[in-house]
Design a binder for this molecule. Structure first.
Ligand code: PLP
Length: 362
């Protein structure tokens, strides 16, 4: 029978699976599965939300002008080169749609953010994975994979789910050695959390290079994952094509206004970073001392292996913590079934996590 047939390259596309947020039979839940800000929104952000909601009868500003103006002022960058999206996910998908098709290849690091392969596949192109060493993105493995079909490279810096980062020097080296027709996407979703002198944003390179894009998000340190706001800083040619391709109202009016309020409240961002700086080393140390194998993180989460010397596996740890109301992220989709990823939670969640892990090891 004749029927509508979708593009055949969509056959293998598996939908993105978000972190779980509920557990049957457990009332009090701490969601440590999606790297959100455990402190929640600040008071000024809640006030901005309550004010903005009054305007939901009218369409949002399609050009996101107030938000773009705020970002431009705050980061001292050109407003005309900023694009906002329904999360940075939307912009990553737009980039893939704009630059990839049939016979193209796009390179991602072996254990990189799950949205990149989805965006690449959805455009019909081929995903090429560059080998990592100790969960670190390797610039040389990426360079080795470049051929005439390579069109794009996606690098999360620092990376989810590993938490590792690439030094500025290494990234500059990668860029220097790239054929100029390859678009390098640097996803800086977790930049606020990095405490390493070898790290630096790539934003300042955009003005002088036409093949680099930097993406950012309001979903992590800015604590607005549910509002869905992300943005990117792009060279002229890229902003032009994305501007034509994008959906005009993808950032709703409330999201635009609340995001401006969030940028205005840098105290809350500092508090969030301080909270992370306190708990990230503390939880890492506890995991290490209980015999788990942790990957040193520059983010607001820790990837760890439930190593063979323990008498239980990752599924057991996941289930046990769920029974205590703590939802971690299982890593089966990332092909790391003996690993778990835990986001830094609030004080109560973190203390419960440590207590529960100790109980499990007794
Ligand atoms: C590396 C990375 N990039 C982008 C995103 C997506 O962010 P957004 O909520 O802005 O779509 C995430 C979310 O988990 C992420 O880990």
């Amino acid at each position: 029978m004749n029927k509508p047939i979708p593009n055949n390259f969509l056959n293998d596309l598996k939908p993105y699976k978000g972190g779980a947020s509920s557990i049957n039979g457990v009332d009090k839940i701490f969601k440590l599965s999606s790297n959100e800000n455990p402190l929640g929104p600040s008071e000024s952000v809640i006030n901005a939300y309550n004010e903005a909601i009054k305007d939901i009868t009218v369409y949002p500003d399609p050009s996101n002008s107030l938000l773009i103006k705020k970002l431009s002022q705050f980061y001292s960058i050109n407003a005309k080169n900023i694009i906002c999206g329904c999360g940075s996910d939307e912009i990553l998908h737009l980039l893939a749609r704009a630059y990839l098709s049939g016979n193209d290849e796009a390179i991602v690091s072996e254990n990189s953010f799950a949205v990149y392969p989805l965006a690449i596949q959805a455009s019909g192109a081929r995903i090429v994975r560059a080998k990592e060493i100790n969960f670190q993105t390797q610039i040389n493995s990426i360079l080795d994979l470049i051929n005439n079909s390579t069109k794009m490279i996606f690098i999360a810096n620092p990376n989810n789910p590993t938490g590792t980062m690439v030094s500025y020097e290494d990234l500059i080296n990668l860029h220097k050695n790239l054929p100029s027709k390859i678009l390098l996407i640097i996803d800086e979703a977790y930049i606020e959390y990095v405490n390493d002198n070898n790290y630096s944003s790539f934003i300042s390179l955009i003005e002088d290079n036409n093949n680099i894009v930097v993406t950012r998000t309001f979903s992590k340190a800015y604590g607005l994952a549910g509002l869905r706001v992300g943005w990117a800083y792009c060279p002229d040619e890229v902003i032009n094509v994305l501007g034509r391709l994008r959906i005009p109202f993808s950032v709703n009016s409330t999201a635009q206004k609340v995001a401006v309020a969030a940028v205005n409240d840098q105290n809350h961002i500092l508090k969030s970073i301080e909270h992370n700086n306190l708990w990230l080393p503390k939880i890492t140390k506890e995991l290490d001392s209980l015999g788990y194998l942790t990957i040193p993180s520059n983010c607001n989460f820790i990837l760890f292996q439930v190593s063979n010397n323990l008498s239980f596996d990752a599924n057991h740890v996941f289930d046990y913590l769920c029974s205590k109301g703590l939802i971690l992220r299982q890593m089966h989709e990332y092909n790391l079934p003996d690993f778990l990823r835990v986001s830094i939670g609030n004080d109560e969640a973190n203390n419960l996590l440590i207590k529960s892990l100790k109980e499990l090891s007794q």
